[in-house]
Design a protein around this ligand. Sequence first.
Ligand SMILES: [Zn+2]
Length: 105
Amino acid sequence: MDCRDAEELFVPYLLGTIDERERRLMDSRLESCGACSVALHSDDQTVASFAFELPQLEVPCEVSRKLFKRVERYGRLASRIIMQAEAFGRGFSQAFMPHVAKALA
Ligand SMILES: [Zn+2]
């Protein structure tokens, strides 16, 4: 990776949208090249100022309602799976442990 390759990846790097391999290449580039490191820093400020200048969009009520409903549903599903797994674990050890105890006696 040279300076030009690195420069093309500055914005995705700052936004955290590059893959692991590219990120490692960028990290080592930034450690070894002062010019890239300085250039990235100025891009960093540009990206940050863009982020604050963009208008904050209001999420439509219907969208947030659906989103929260989905989060809630997955949460309930996850806790049901965990409860079943725990019950299975208890049942398993209740059924199994007497035999183990007998075998060890
Ligand atoms: Zn460079």
